[in-house]
Design a protein around this ligand. Structure first.
Ligand SMILES: [Zn+2]
Length: 292
């Protein structure tokens, strides 16, 4: 590690691989809104209980979709100035018949570990930790959240969307027109032009706190309309509303052969990699929120 701010060091040292494993063990099983509905709701209860345990202000934002109610789970760590917001988000649903370890228990576990760590420090900006349902079904949860945020003039300074952050593999598919390594050992950080600063911040944070983590940044034009797969997560509604947001991802089906299958299980994950990504996310969010 390079010499870093002692507060940043404290944060990184508090992010724990063991904590991440514990969160994963509570979450990994089918959590789709159909056959997996009960376990999706149980996962929501678990996430809510964990966030409440961190002594954050917790609210559930309920919205209706196709005749049923769903919950966005929101924990607020109030900042000293309240003139900016930093969001860390992840979706907690799955497709049917997949236990969704990488997609996206990995992202939720990272979010919970980062929340527990950052809750113990004071920041200038507000920090919000948000778990959304129904990402796999067109993002109505994050769309609903963004509508309310926009209407109330929420001063969102940046969004970190944890979308599959636990898988590494020997091979990496790369779509035409995109440059990336052929080995699947890096974490991808995808932004649009407005979010270029967040991509750079994440890279800088990785150099400080997880120097052996390869980070591959990608900045797309517009809101990623020309590369539809870069829009496939809950950051897209934030882009569309004009907020800076990045998707942090192991690149999903471009790397992980278990994507959306019954074999997306905990034993296929690389927990050290997941820890590196969580530590870098915690550091990035802390730097953006500013120590108070
Ligand atoms: Zn996903």
């Amino acid at each position: 590690m390079k010499p870093i701010d002692p507060l940043l060091r404290q944060i990184v040292e508090a992010v724990s691989e063991r904590g991440i494993r514990t969160h994963l063990e509570q979450l990994v099983e089918p959590r789709d809104p159909f056959e997996g509905h009960a376990s999706m709701e149980a996962a929501a209860d678990t996430i809510a209980e964990t966030l409440r345990g961190f002594d954050l202000q917790f609210v559930e934002e309920r919205f209706r979709c196709e005749g049923r109610w769903y919950r966005n789970l929101i924990a607020l760590h109030q900042g000293s100035s309240r003139n900016g917001q930093v969001l860390i988000i992840a979706h907690y649903d799955t497709v049917p018949n997949s236990p969704g370890a990488d997609d996206n228990a990995s992202g939720v576990a990272g979010l919970l570990e980062v929340a527990g760590t950052l809750a113990r420090h004071r920041f200038t900006h507000d920090l919000l930790f948000i778990a959304f349902p129904l990402e796999e079904y067109g993002n109505p949860g994050s769309m609903y959240y963004v509508e309310q945020a926009k209407a109330s003039g929420a001063p969102i300074a940046g969004v970190f969307d944890l979308e599959m952050i636990g898988y590494t593999g020997p091979t990496q598919a790369v779509p035409p027109g995109i440059q990336a390594p052929a080995v699947g050992d890096f974490i991808g950080v995808v932004g649009n032009r407005r979010s270029e600063g967040l991509v750079a911040l994440f890279k800088e944070a990785a150099v400080l706190v997880a120097p052996s983590l390869p980070v591959q940044g990608l900045v797309v034009e517009g809101n990623g309309e020309n590369v539809p797969l870069v829009r496939q997560s809950d950051h897209a509604p934030f882009w569309d509303a004009g907020y800076p947001a990045v998707m942090i991802t192991d690149t999903a089906f471009l790397r992980n052969p278990h994507y959306h299958l019954p074999t997306d299980t905990l034993d296929t994950l690389n927990l050290h990699f997941l820890w590196q990504v969580a530590a870098t996310t915690a550091a990035s969010a802390a730097l953006l929120a500013g120590f108070a």
